[in-house]
Design a protein around this ligand. Structure first.
Ligand code: HXC
Ligand code: NAP
Length: 281
């Protein structure tokens, strides 16, 4: 979508960048000329993704293992990134943990594990990168991946819903507070985009056959990774320099449809509408 070289000279860190959506967004950013740093817990996955993406795009990728729940490991990512590329321009907070469960079946440790990765991991990375930018008087861009239940809430993924809501509040709060330092903060709220990580945990076993996510979506399909990558690259680029504190939904109309009082009327066939019209007249 963006012009060639739209991210040339920019260095972007993507948490959870070795798999799924993080990997797809990273690939497009590389194609647009960015240097990429990908982090997550699994070093082997990061290394093979780096190799693959460098071969595919000819860009530079630095893999650095980091658990976003550990502040010192985040500081190490920042240090390694600056040693390799000089300045950091953007941080894409994308790492997450999630699974479905009735809330009463969760142990407090299970609740913690998701909140620690999603909410704590995001504010840890934000704090470390933000302090670094402020101290060095450098501008920066945060892009945080949430989802639409950050504002609707959702049963069965309650730790994730609480965490994503917190990340959205963080995004909006810092967009205002840190604008004076030339630091922008935005979020993207995707609907369903197929990834191994999400599908295996949110639609395990036969659930994928029983609950086709496309059925809930007015456009009757799930998202394509390139569609999300286009939006993420735009929000990371200088073309979006005046967008700050925004959350952009990319879900084919899903959340509005499922909140709409009369959305179910789409199941009424044309013949029944004809009959209703006759009755009215
Ligand atoms: C209930 C569970 C559980 C499950 C784990 N636990 N899985 N409880 N149902 N399915 C409990 C365990 O019993 C344990 O509690 C505690 O959680 C920690 O579990 P571990 O397996 O030790 O944790 P760990 O190995 O660190 O794995 C973390 C994880 C895992 C979050 C559980 O799924 C993971 O690594 N996820 C990373 C990637 C990911 O989740 N991607 C999907 C993002 S999709 P006890 O009490 O027994 O000790 C997404 C989409 C949002 O966010 C929107 C979609 C539209
Ligand atoms: P994914 O491939 O499972 O991505 C999650 C990533 O987070 C993994 O690379 C994982 O790598 C990393 N991670 C987990 N715990 C971590 C930790 N403690 N420290 C560092 N990294 C950690 O799933 P995805 O679908 O691409 O999800 C990406 C983002 O999109 C998430 O924020 C998710 O909530 C959001 N999202 C996804 C969808 C969807 O339909 N797919 C919809 C809405 C929002 P390691 O295991 O190596 O650590």
């Amino acid at each position: 979508m963006l012009k060639d070289g739209a991210l040339k000279g920019k260095t972007i860190i993507i948490t959870g960048g070795g798999t799924g959506l993080g990997k797809s967004m990273g690939k497009y950013m590389l194609e647009l000329g960015a240097n990429l740093v990908i982090t997550s817990r699994k070093e082997d996955v990061l290394n093979s993704t780096s190799e693959e993406l460098m071969k595919l795009t000819g860009g530079k990728v630095l893999p650095v293992a980091c658990d976003v729940r550990k502040y010192e490991e985040i500081q190490n990512v920042i240090k390694k990134t600056e040693e390799e590329f000089g300045q950091i321009h953007g941080v894409l907070n994308n790492a997450a943990g999630n699974f479905i469960s009735p809330t009463e079946r969760l142990s407090h440790r299970a609740f913690d594990i998701v909140v620690d990765i999603v909410l704590k991991g995001t504010y840890y990375f934000t704090l470390a990168a933000g302090k670094n930018w402020i101290a060095k008087k450098q501008p920066g861009t945060f892009l945080n991946i949430v989802t639409t239940y950050a504002w609707t809430g959702s049963g069965y993924v309650v730790p994730s819903a609480c965490s994503k809501a917190g990340v959205l509040a963080l995004t909006r709060s810092l967009a205002v507070e840190w604008a004076k330092y030339n630091i922008r903060s935005n979020a993207i709220a995707p609907g369903p985009f197929p990834t191994e990580g999400a599908w295996s945990r949110l639609l395990p076993g036969d659930l994928v056959k029983k609950f086709d996510p496309a059925e809930r979506i007015p456009l009757k399909r799930v998202g394509e990774h390139t569609e999300l990558a286009n939006l993420a690259a735009y929000l990371m680029s200088d073309f979006s320099a005046y967008i700050n504190g925004e959350v952009i939904t990319i879900d084919g109309g899903e959340w509005l449809r499922n909140g709409g009082e009369f959305s179910h009327l789409e199941h009424i066939p044309e013949t029944m509408w004809d009959q209703l019209e006759k009755n009215r007249k």
